[in-house]
Design a protein around this ligand. Structure first.
Ligand code: PMP
Length: 406
């Protein structure tokens, strides 16, 4: 399955930009994706025609805003095939979604003697919240290793599971390795052991079709800005049966049924987890971003990105002197690499001169870099607008790097 990439590129104003006088080659979508005109226009139109606070006013404009906000929730539900739109909590981003699980569900259910299982590849956003909570609760964190190719070590994971395991929190797709983790099997094994499952889907929902009812996880987190939507909006999917038994950790706004100085009662889900004025326009923008990618079709996105990702990896390796970090057979959208002769920062500087945007650093995955014996890497990542030509330009620029440094 494929789609017309020229039509897609024409939707993204950023695809016509230049940098250092060269046409922009944007290979940093894993950090944040560019936005199509459809999302930008929809947000502007909403501000101009339908903007008011949601859930509060008994006037038409506020009702219009509320309808648009709730329609976005339903679009997200459909996008990830959740069973019910009340399972969709709007947050400020994936980091906020994971912190919400930690400090609501986790604070309620985790205590000394319990074990939380993470993987070695996790983004800091799925490590640090658990460490913060561990300081309060005294549970133990166990870490599933990844193989030399960057695969989730399922056998090690199975050996780690026990009746002490209360939560398994792992990523769907690594933002460094690109590896796709077997989240359905991970979830099934965790549930068999009686543990809950949180999937960090930040790079999953953007590159692959995702289906909450198929994966079966209890929580799934992702960010709007990596899915061609605005910043400031994220999603926490929570299985209704689990969310309904979870207390909020942020108070204020619409998250209550009643308040008195003696006692407050919580609203139903999902409002219970959306304290304060929510990111209304951002939620509307995310709804339109979901419309946008759904129209292309996530299977088509995944299929095209798989081909490009293979070409990207082969291209980087073809130059010689570059080592790819993570060569799992099942990869999505991301290729990270280091070189024998140039520091990642020097590589990025030369690429920048060619108009090529890549990321250098630890990509918020320091333990993973340490596992591969490095401190930083260069990461090229794909979006719906990337082409084989982008990859050819990157490869040509890497030859330049080699000529310069080797
Ligand atoms: N998890 C993964 C796998 C990510 O790639 C990112 C973003 N780089 C995050 C979590 C955090 O996302 P955000 O900064 O949008 O909260």
């Amino acid at each position: 399955m494929s789609f017309d990439v020229d039509t897609v590129r024409a939707d993204f104003p950023a695809m016509s930009l230049t940098a250092h006088g060269k046409p922009l080659v944007f290979l940093d979508s894993a950090a944040s994706a560019q936005k199509p005109r459809q999302v930008l226009d929809a947000m502007r139109t909403f501000y101009e025609t339908s903007y008011a606070n949601v859930h509060r006013g008994l006037y038409e404009l506020s009702e219009r805003a509320t309808t648009a906000y709730e329609e976005s929730r339903e679009k997200v539900r459909r996008f990830i095939n959740a069973a019910d739109s009340k399972e969709i909590v709007f947050t400020s981003g994936a980091t906020d979604s994971i912190n919400t699980v930690a400090f609501s569900w986790g604070a309620q259910h985790l205590s000394a003697g319990d074990e939380v299982i993470l993987s070695q590849a996790e983004h800091h956003s799925n490590i640090v919240p658990w460490q913060l909570l561990r300081e309060r609760k005294g549970f133990t964190i166990k870490v599933v290793p990844v193989s030399d190719r960057g695969e989730f070590d399922f056998a090690a994971y199975e050996r780690m599971l026990s009746d002490k395991t209360k939560l398994v929190a792992v990523m769907h797709v690594s933002n460094v390795l690109g590896s796709v983790f077997p989240v359905k099997a991970i979830t099934a094994a965790a549930h068999k052991a009686g543990a809950a499952v949180l999937i960090d889907g930040c790079q999953g929902a953007t590159h692959l079709p995702v289906d909450m009812q198929d994966i079966g996880c209890d929580f799934y987190a992702f960010s709007g800005h990596k899915l061609y939507g605005p910043t400031g909006i994220g999603v926490l999917y929570g299985r209704a049966a689990v969310l309904e038994k979870t207390n909020p950790f942020r108070g204020g706004g619409d998250m209550i049924r009643s308040v008195s100085f003696e006692k407050s009662e919580w609203a139903d889900i999902p409002a219970r987890f959306e304290a304060g004025t929510p990111p209304i326009v951002q939620a509307v923008g995310l709804g339109h971003a979901v419309d946008y990618v759904s129209k292309i079709g996530m299977s088509a996105v995944a299929g095209r990105e798989r081909e490009l990702c293979a070409a990207l990896q082969d291209g980087v390796l073809s130059v010689g002197g570059f080592r790819v970090i993570g060569t799992a057979p099942d990869k999505a959208g991301v290729v990270s690499f280091v070189s024998d002769f140039a520091h990642p920062q020097d590589i990025a500087m030369i690429l920048d001169q060619e108009g090529i945007c890549v990321r250098t650093g630890h990509h918020c995955a320091q333990p993973l870099h340490e596992r591969f014996g490095i401190s930083v890497s260069v990461r090229a990542s794909l979006g719906v607008y990337n082409t084989l030509e982008d990859i050819e330009k990157l490869v040509a620029a890497l030859h330049k790097v080699k000529r310069f440094f080797a």
